[in-house]
Design a protein. Structure first.
Length: 545
């Protein structure tokens, strides 16, 4: 599956003459598992030959592949629940995976909702031979500052790579693009417009809610590149209609609520005759665009001060004064010190919903007794430190390539596009673009409090200044406010929450408290957890579990 790019001339010729499947078969015969060193692009595959089975997915995890190792054999599918239906697989729900879902809002690979079933991680391959299953990673992102020299040379190289990345994935098709008005969707739309004959179509979602709508920037990009902008304003009833579609499309519970606008965007494109869409996902994770990167570097700077100064002077002054908690400057200093003294990546989870409340007040005791509440942070630590760079920015980028991109955003876009009947290309994740970004020094990604310093500077003259300067937003969804004001949505939400309370995972009194806080205190903040719970119950209801 997918759109592999063959780095070997012989395999590329075979793919052109016959098919990618033919090139894969020939490559496995010639190179065995080292064929993965000769593949780029997006793909997943399983090859069975000479008593050996090999399965792998692409370097960024654009495509998904699940498997179960049972009775010395391998059951595999792109969907975990298809494997769970196999007679040799028990398909029992994994309570640890459920807890991970509450923490991450998705179930990160290699886990799935089902105890016996694993999901391949980015750049992972598995090999089954003589009933023994082996696993390895054929690629690691190399964060080494090798892209040096004059700024203009680097700028020219970036633009050349981006244009090449878009061209590589066109394949002669007429394509449209997702357009949010952000840096990456605007960049991709701009190059698509440059490379395609005629006017390029883009599809955008707006919201009749001032805190979430960014159609202004869509219009700016459309004017800049002469785009044919198709715009749809999402209504509360659309969420009601989309919830069962989303639950039915994913092979396990999935709670990124921007799946809703993504689905409608893709569906509108499909209805207008497009079967290929270009998306800008990945730019923030390779060029340093998430706000937490700059924020975390502020905390890291605290440790540049000598330990004796911090312990003997700064912290005693901040905490020893009896009235310090009533003085705003000292109160802010205390908060800064407390957070700075939490190491990365743990500090990234400071505001995770599960860390802002008592777990015993949220979960039933029986559920907590069978899960490891430290497993999510342990998984983050393993990924954070599993890179060749010691710089916090690169380590956070590496972390987000796995947990934010592969496990979450890519699955969101690919699955929703598939549900709508279109294919998606991700030129920002072209292997050459990713390698280029990894070779930039950290200061080119985050400089002071400026995110994507090099990328933004390199886009002057190509992107409108308003888009370069805008803060990151994306496809947010006003679910929390609408779940209070739109009666059908409110009724669906309350019905699903009440049904979930009967499953002995979440305490019923917690659910009642959550409803009250959502209605009376902060609809957006508490709406996040409500969405997580509603999508879990909807997924289970869809499958009559």
């Amino acid at each position: 599956m997918g759109r592999p790019r063959w780095l070997d001339s012989g395999l590329a010729a075979r793919a052109k003459e016959a098919s990618d499947a033919s090139a894969l078969a020939m490559g496995c015969m010639q190179f065995d598992t080292s064929i993965l060193d000769r593949m780029a692009g997006s793909f997943s595959f399983v090859v069975m030959q000479h008593g050996k089975t090999v399965a792998a997915i692409d370097r960024c995890g654009i495509h998904s592949l699940c498997y179960a190792h049972v009775d010395g054999g391998l059951v595999f599918s792109t969907h975990a629940e298809a494997i769970a239906a196999h007679p040799l697989v028990q398909g029992n729900i994994d309570h640890q995976a459920l807890y991970n879902y509450f923490h991450f809002h998705v179930i990160p690979s290699p886990g799935t909702l089902f105890r016996e079933i694993r999901r391949l991680q980015p750049a992972q391959s598995i090999t089954l031979k003589d009933k023994h299953l082996g696993s390895s990673f054929y690629h690691r992102h190399q964060y080494s500052p090798v892209i040096t020299g004059r700024f203009n040379d680097k700028k020219q190289k970036l633009h050349s790579l981006l244009e090449q990345a878009v061209a590589r994935q066109l394949h002669g098709q007429k394509a449209a693009a997702f357009l949010s008005g952000g840096l990456d969707s605007s960049t991709v739309s701009g190059y698509l417009s440059k490379l395609q004959a005629g006017v390029t179509d883009t599809f955008s979602i707006g919201f009749a809610h001032q805190d979430f709508d960014e159609m202004e920037y869509v219009h700016i990009a459309a004017r800049q590149f002469n785009l044919n902008s198709h715009e749809y304003y999402l209504q509360p009833q659309d969420i009601v209609d989309a919830i069962p579609i989303i639950a039915g499309a994913y092979d396990e519970p999935f709670a990124n609520n921007s799946a809703v606008p993504t689905y409608f965007c893709a569906r509108k494109a499909q209805e207008d005759g497009f079967d290929l869409m270009f998306a800008g996902d990945g730019g923030d994770e390779i060029f340093g665009g998430n706000a937490r990167y700059a924020k975390q570097m502020l905390f890291e700077h605290y440790h540049l001060a000598p330990a004796w100064l911090r312990k003997a002077l700064i912290e005693p002054v901040a905490f020893a004064t009896p009235f310090s908690k009533h003085l705003s400057p000292l109160r802010k200093l205390q908060s800064y010190i407390v957070q700075a003294n939490v190491p990365l990546p743990d500090r990234l989870e400071t505001y995770n919903l599960l860390n802002r409340q008592s777990l015993s007040e949220m979960f039933e005791p029986e559920f907590l007794s069978v899960v490891d509440t430290g497993a999510p942070i342990a998984a983050l630590r393993e990924c954070y430190f599993d890179t060749n760079s010691e710089h916090p920015v690169n380590r956070m980028l590496n972390l987000d390539m796995k947990f934010t991109l592969a496990d979450n955003d890519l699955r969101k876009v690919v699955c929703m596009a598939e549900a709508a009947g279109v294919e998606v290309a991700f030129p920002m994740l072209d292997d050459d673009v990713v390698s280029f970004s990894c070779g930039l020094p950290p200061s080119d990604k985050v400089r002071g409090q400026t995110l994507r310093w090099f990328y933004k500077k390199a886009m002057h003259g190509f992107l409108p200044q308003a888009i370069i300067n805008k803060s990151k937003h994306g496809f947010g969804l006003p679910f929390g406010p609408w779940a209070l004001s739109h009666k059908p949505l409110k009724e669906l939400v309350h019905t699903r929450l009440d049904e979930l309370a009967k499953r002995q995972w979440i305490r019923s009194d917690y659910i009642q408290t959550l409803k009250r806080l959502h209605a009376e205190v902060h609809p957006v903040y508490y709406g996040t957890m409500i969405w997580i719970l509603v999508m879990l119950e909807e997924w289970l209801q869809t499958r009559k579990l």
